[in-house]
Every structure is written in structure tokens, then in C-alpha cells.
Write a protein that binds this ligand. Structure first.
Ligand SMILES: [Zn+2]
Ligand SMILES: [Zn+2]
Length: 96
């Protein structure tokens, strides 16, 4: 196992360890275990950090094939899509 310093886009650095520098810690899709470049944008709650209240999101890793695009250019995971769909249905029923 080797460790190396990786420069981050923001200007910081991080230490990456692993065989051949492979990104073994790269997120894997929650459904099919493929490399997951997307994270679920579903808001699960808020966190009060004193100076600002920030939204917490699910952040479940998803591959391009398993993400579910929703309005606003966001993507959510399948479990949340089911929940989101159920909520949308409930709201629709309550509205009638
Ligand atoms: Zn997938
Ligand atoms: Zn989710």
C-alpha cells in the first residue's frame, strides 16, 4: 500500500492511500455497485451550524444509469424516488 498527497481542486490537499493509487474509496452505486459519480440530492433535513442553517442531503452514491433525474437539474436515488413519488401522490390526493 502506498500513500500520496493529492491536490484538491479547491487548493487544499488530501492524502490518498491504496495500491497503485487506485481510488478504492471511490463511491459505488447503491444499486448496481458501479462507479458512482452522482450523489442523491434528496434533502433529508437541515442542520443548524450557528451561522447558517444548511440543508442535509441523502448523498447516496449513484451511477449514471441508476440516478433518477428530477426537476431543477437534480438527481435522486431510487429509494428516495419511491418516497418522493409517494409524497407527490399523497399531495395530489390531498389537493383534490
Ligand atoms: Zn447503478
Ligand atoms: Zn436518496
Amino acid at each position: 500500500m502506498t500513500c500520496r498527497i493529492v491536490k484538491l481542486p479547491g487548493g487544499g490537499t488530501a492524502i490518498a492511500c491504496g495500491p497503485r493509487g487506485a481510488n478504492r474509496n471511490a463511491p459505488r452505486c447503491h444499486r448496481c455497485n458501479a462507479p458512482a459519480p452522482y450523489l442523491c440530492d434528496f434533502v433529508t433535513g437541515t442542520e443548524d451550524r450557528g451561522v447558517a442553517v444548511v440543508k442535509k442531503t441523502c448523498d447516496r452514491p449513484m451511477c449514471a444509469g441508476c440516478r433518477v433525474p428530477i426537476m431543477g437539474g437534480k438527481d435522486i436515488c431510487h429509494p428516495h424516488y419511491q418516497e418522493f413519488g409517494a409524497i407527490a401522490e399523497r399531495v395530489a390526493k390531498e389537493a383534490t
